[in-house]
Design a protein around this ligand. Sequence first.
Ligand code: BJW
Length: 230
Amino acid sequence: MADDIHNIVILTGAGVSAESGLATFRGPDGLWEGHRVEDVATPEAFARDPDLVHGFYDARREKLRTVEPNAAHKALARLDEQWPGELLLVTQNVDDLHERAGSKRLLHMHGELTSGWCLRCNERFGWSGPMGMSAECPGCGTAGLVRPDIVWFGEMPYEMERIDEALRRCDLFVSIGTSGAVYPAAGFVQTASYSGARTLEMNLEPSLGSFLFDESRTGPAGELVPAWVD
Ligand code: BJW
């Protein structure tokens, strides 16, 4: 890593978990039972057909129990442990593979599969099994008003102020395994770039915003990320 790099922001997307066996959203395996993510990950879809949306998240929560962090998650955890400067890992992923690999300076901007949110008392809490329509809030005891703690289309991603501040302070912005199809994450490269940071993309193929990066490396994250970190 160059001597003038002190503050790093890393953005990860579904591609970083692909080699662990979790499907990406927009690849050939990107449909869930024939539905596009844009059709199930919205508050409108949840209001219209909550069983369908719970089914989508219950299946993914179940799958999560069967997978493990891969070489890319582990390399990012090593970097977090060893890096003396500021570092923030912002993931769009709702899986828990970064924390299971050991990353600490981590933020889930699109929420977490293992968290539930009660629309009655507004509490958020850990959730490991199926949620479904009959789930009872462990806080207020109300049934049927618990939803996945996930940021759907049209909702505000978490911790945007903190992310924006880190992007403006960073010397290096690295984007890994994301298609650049979803905002505001797809615009982070521009914020970092305007603030003077170097920008690097690592993805299986050039993303939609590839041309915005100083450097673009193509290949599997499980190979590219350890090679970059070590
Ligand atoms: C590998 C690999 C390997 C594979 N190694 N790589 C019109 C224009 C602009 C914006 C909008 C618009 N209309 C609506 C909007 C806003 C909307 C949006 O962006 N829509 C687009 C579809 C256009 N955004 C929102 O609504 C967001 N909220 C918002 O904007 O609030 C207002 C606001 C205002 C001001 C400031 C801030 C906010 C909310 C977005 C919520 C996204 N939610 C989802 C689903 C919920 C989570 C879940 O269920 O998991 O989040 S959508 C889905 O896409 C998921 C992901 O986090 C997100 C990004 O996908 P990702 O990670 O990039 O995956 P893929 O599959 O797209 O790409 C994987 C990549 O990996 C590919 O490139 C592969 O090649 C690569 N790859 N194997 C390396 N082994």
